[in-house]
Design a binder for this molecule. Structure first.
Ligand SMILES: NC(=O)c1ccc[n+]([C@@H]2O[C@H](COP(=O)([O-])OP(=O)(O)OC[C@H]3O[C@@H](n4cnc5c(N)ncnc54)[C@H](OP(=O)(O)O)[C@@H]3O)[C@@H](O)[C@H]2O)c1
Length: 336
């Protein structure tokens, strides 16, 4: 039995999308998983997923914008499942619209859920992990933690803010010599329900910007990060690497590129469905479970070579060194 089995794990945003896939993946290795989100249909379907996969599930309806609810959820998770080993912050919401079309209360709500929700989760986890001097916090981030894109101003602000606060926290934990770890996983575009239930003021149906990965790719990265939390950050997908490197080298060129392409690439050719729900203020899953996957299965890939390479960078470095040594030996022999 691996030491990761029977871990107590808390996942926020576990009712759908990446959080749902993460919770299911922990369930498959027999973890005890507390599921935090608001939508009761999604939560009970997530709990059934975990039980089927061999894990133990505890549904805790929670709005992550409210610290008291998050702290009470952590308390209940510890009482019913045991000391929390891993806390994964995933829950988020957004408004797809040009900045000028977002109302102040909408911007504030996105910030309270998508930024402060992570702050609240981290505080609730740390209050319990620090006295024990063990535990891991995984922040699910995005390439947009470093690079703003049009039509997603509130979301990009929240992701940048998470990156900043998490970096500061990591320095504090290192300063104290703490064994509590925090790491961040920057995701590419993923095929999740967000494009069907986030409040959209766009004329056409929102879509992830290709290449699109399936949520199971994101889940594999989160579990790997949870098992190897000493690394400060993980980048998932070649598109994330490309965006982050290009943004570090030539952000001005990217501004112009995104100004030209960013509106079209974030919308399909179809009009926005007139009855599309919005999950900003209340959950959208009242009449059905949305699940982990969104509507873009036919365009999404279940694998990432870059993620494999990131997980095996020691092996790749060793292989590269061996190749270089062989080439040098061959060259020397040819010269002698
Ligand atoms: N999909 C992508 O392309 C992509 C790309 C990069 C990064 N990410 C990151 O991955 C994470 C998940 O994204 P996703 O696409 O999987 O999102 P999603 O499909 O929209 O799922 C969001 C989850 O958050 C929950 N949630 C929303 N508001 C909440 C609130 N106030 N309190 C508690 N839970 C709340 C939702 O459940 P309820 O509505 O039931 O509460 C749902 O479980 C986010 O942090 C996002 O930044 C996603």
């Amino acid at each position: 039995m691996s030491s990761n089995q029977n871990q107590v794990v808390v996942v926020t945003g576990a009712s759908g999308g990446i959080g749902r896939a993460v919770a299911r993946a922990f369930g498959a290795r027999h973890a005890r998983v507390a599921l935090l989100a608001r939508g009761e249909q999604g939560l009970s379907a997530a709990a059934a997923d975990i039980t089927r996969a061999g894990g133990t599930a505890l549904e805790i309806p929670t709005d992550v914008a409210d610290f008291a609810q998050v702290d009470a959820a952590a308390e209940r998770a510890e009482k019913e499942l045991g000391p929390i080993d891993v806390w994964v912050n995933v829950a988020f919401t957004s408004v797809f619209a040009p900045f000028i079309e977002i109302e102040p209360d909408e911007f504030r709500r996105v910030t309270e859920v998508s930024y402060l929700g992570y702050v609240h989760g981290t505080m609730a986890a740390l209050r319990r992990m620090k006295p024990r001097d063990r535990g891991t916090i995984v922040q699910v981030g995005s390439a947009l933690a470093y690079r703003g894109i049009p039509l997603q101003s509130a979301y990009c602000g929240a992701k940048h803010a998470i990156q900043g606060f998490n970096e500061a926290l990591r320095c504090e934990l290192l300063h104290e010599g703490s064994h509590v770890r925090t790491t961040m996983v920057q995701m590419p575009a993923v095929n999740t329900p967000q494009f069907s239930w986030v409040l959209s003021k766009l004329p056409r149906h929102a879509q992830p910007v290709p290449p699109i990965y399936q949520p199971e790719v994101a889940a594999r990265a989160v579990l790997y990060a949870a098992d190897h939390p000493r690394r400060r950050e993980y980048w998932v997908g070649g598109s994330t690497v490309g965006t982050l490197v290009a943004n570090a080298v030539a952000p001005g060129i990217l501004d112009r590129y995104l100004a030209r392409t960013g509106y079209k690439s974030q919308q399909t050719g179809e009009p926005k469905p007139p009855a599309q729900p919005a999950n900003l203020w209340a959950p959208a899953d009242r009449d059905r479970d949305f699940g982990a996957h969104g509507e873009f299965d036919d365009q999404s890939t279940p694998r990432s070579f870059q993620l494999w390479a990131s997980r095996h960078h020691g092996l790749l470095a060793a292989g590269g060194s061996a190749l270089a040594a062989t080439a040098l030996a061959v060259w020397r022999r040819a010269r002698s």
